[in-house]
Ligand binder design. Structure first.
Ligand code: AGP
Length: 608
């Protein structure tokens, strides 16, 4: 959840590290710090707060040192403070470390080290690693690192500077990502690709239980037995500009506007008027014929896409589909048959609970299909079958374009599977594929059309303490996503209900002026949703309805109607979500919230 950067080369490390942290700021941001070795000693600067607070402390490029490591922190152990910020060091300050993850047995290690005379400065779990390294070091730092790693329980991605060896960065990982960027006479290390976007396109992925020694002209990788191993080079296919704001006030707004192109990229080479090409998934025809149950696991927004995917698969393929949030699924005794398919959905590809659920399902013999936006991520690498979402780098913590591509990925996969399993005719198959191709243009239209009305509606929301979102069938997971977007960036309490469920309890909270957003784009159930809208309207709620053009009768019932283009109801969700994203955005803007980096949240949740 935090961000790591490291650099070794001929340039001044301080500004390279700072810029790398800036690009990773979205990952964790209650404090930050960097350490630079100028050849004589390791200088550390760290501060609670935003990166700009750190910038003010970086003086004289930290003596021009050309090797260093940096960190943005999202606190887990010890509150955000200067002292608890990374980097951390041992008693002699000759090992300086930054770390992502959680050391579960840090208390035992700390007690043991205190008895041996070590003095601790911070409340963090990370600091024990630096002291343990000191304790284990018999002159060979790599061996000391391996021994230290063996004593740690939990997850870690760590990079270390050693005062005695000023020309190299040591690194190790387990259950938390680290990638090594390869340059000309300079090399990088980071927890996330965007950290060195623009500096290099080639990188190695460090795997669990591997160690790296990174010098400016050489990167050596070792396995768990400290045998040197060869690594495959990967190439980044994101442009550096894709991760810039490009004139938008916030990444979130930029990413909302990028959605038509994100969907085009997802569909390119996969969807045409003649059908769907998913050869890349390498799914066996016989397996698809036998397949009769799908499990979909994900967290947060990705989970909302999974719920929508469940309805799609049930509708089109007539399959048993189970969905669960990964943090629950991983601890359930879920029966998984060998002919079941498990779909794991994750923007970052690093979400710890999703990864653990995937591994649990794999152990039980399931085949794993992954929808992720991040090539080379842990979840992508553990997939048996992989569909990259191609949304481009998503920087705003609140997911928009990756979510949209997740639901379109479910559309694509459902149509594909329905045809493979002979649940739809060739004619229907072509018609559905053709309808899909029209989506990006319609998404453009709704982004254009809904802005002004939504800005007006946002005023009502900005002054409200809570809001309700309702919908039925596929409109319900959309309502859930609308509620999540609003709460995470505007801090307004918002809840989603299946519209028909309101009268079983939550209707008690509906009174004059309470804002209710009703998603009613699912035509086969529109009349039913309409009854529920009438129920809240009758209690003088302030109702906004998202509906397809052509359902004008709704204007006789409610004052605020947002129309989306009239579209095949199976795909209406891809349009209906746009006004909900914009409503959350403009509400948060009016409340002057930190839209791209909402409090307490991080982009990639790599801890449990
Ligand atoms: C989305 O707006 C959230 N910030 C969050 O719910 C996110 O979707 C969740 O943490 C899952 O992340 P993933 O897609 O990277 O696995």
């Amino acid at each position: 959840m935090c961000g790591i950067v490291g650099y070794v080369g001929n340039k001044k490390a301080a500004s390279i590290l700072y810029n790398g942290l800036k690009r990773l700021e979205y990952r964790g941001y209650d404090s930050s710090g960097i350490a630079v070795n100028d050849g004589l000693h390791i200088d550390v600067v760290k501060r609670k707060g935003k990166l700009k607070d750190l910038k003010n402390e970086i003086k004289n490029d930290m003596n021009g040192g050309t090797i260093g490591i940096g960190h943005t922190r999202w606190a887990t152990h010890g509150q955000p403070s200067d002292i608890n910020s990374h980097p951390h060091s041992n008693c002699k300050d000759n090992f300086v470390i930054v770390h992502n993850g959680i050391i579960e047995n840090f208390r035992q290690i700390k007690d043991h080290l205190i008895k041996k005379g070590h003095h601790f400065k911070s409340e963090t779990d990370t600091e024990v690693i630096a002291h343990l390294l000191e304790e284990n070091n018999q002159g060979n730092i790599l061996q000391a690192l391996k021994k230290t790693a063996e004593q740690l329980k939990g997850s870690y991605a760590m990079t270390i500077l050693a005062a005695d060896e000023p020309n190299r960065i040591y690194a190790a990982r387990k259950d938390s990502p680290l990638i090594i960027g390869l340059g000309e006479n300079e090399n990088y290390i980071a927890s996330d690709i965007p950290a060195f976007l623009g500096e290099t396109r080639d990188f190695y992925i460090l795997e669990d239980n591997e160690f790296a020694v990174i010098k400016k002209d050489k990167v050596d990788i070792y396995n768990n037995n400290l045998e040197q191993i060869d690594k495959k080079t990967h190439r980044i296919d994101w442009d550096p500009e894709m991760a810039e704001k490009q004139g938008y006030e916030h990444y979130m707004l930029k990413e909302i506007h990028e959605q038509p192109d994100a969907v085009r990229r997802l569909m390119a080479h996969r969807v045409s008027q003649t059908g769907i090409n998913l050869e890349e998934l390498k799914l066996d025809q016989d397996f698809l014929k036998r397949l009769n149950k799908i499990h979909i696991i994900a967290c947060g927004t990705a989970y909302h896409s999974a719920l929508l995917g469940k309805y799609m698969l049930e509708d089109l393929v007539d399959l048993k589909v189970e969905t669960d949030v990964a943090s629950e699924y991983r601890y359930r005794k879920v029966p998984i048959e060998k002919d079941d398919l498990v779909i794991a959905v994750s923007q970052s590809g690093e979400t710890s609970d999703t990864l653990a659920s995937l591994r649990m399902a794999k152990e039980k013999g399931a085949q794993i299909l992954v929808f992720t936006n991040t090539r080379g991520s842990s979840i992508a690498r553990e997939a048996d079958h992989l569909m990259l979402l191609k949304a481009g780098p998503e920087i705003s913590v609140a997911s928009t374009k990756a979510y949209l591509n997740m639901i379109v990925a479910f559309y694509i996969f459902s149509i594909f599977l329905a045809y493979q399993k002979a649940k739809i005719s060739l004619e229907e198959y072509k018609k559905l594929s053709t309808d899909l191709i029209k989506l990006p243009e319609l998404i453009e239209e709704i982004i254009e059309d809904s802005g002004e009305l939504i800005k007006k509606r946002a005023k009502k929301y900005a002054e409200s303490k809570s809001a309700f979102f309702i919908g039925r069938h596929t409109d319900y997971p959309l309502a859930m996503e609308g509620a999540l977007k609003l709460k995470e960036i505007s801090y307004i309490h918002s809840e989603a209900y299946p519209a028909g469920e309101l009268k079983h309890g939550a209707l008690a909270l509906i009174e004059k002026g309470v804002p209710v957003v009703a998603v009613a784009v699912r035509k086969d159930i529109f009349e039913k949703t309409l009854s529920n809208i009438t129920e809240v309207e009758a209690r003088q709620a302030d109702v906004t309805v998202v509906v397809c053009k052509g359902a004008q009768e709704i204007e006789d019932i409610v004052d605020h109607v947002i129309y989306i283009p009239d579209v095949n109801q199976l795909f209406a969700g891809a349009l209906a979500i746009i006004p909900l994203q914009l409503l959350a955005y403009y509400t948060a803007l009016l409340k002057d919230c930190d839209i791209d980096q909402p409090r307490n949240l991080a982009k990639s949740v790599t801890v449990e």
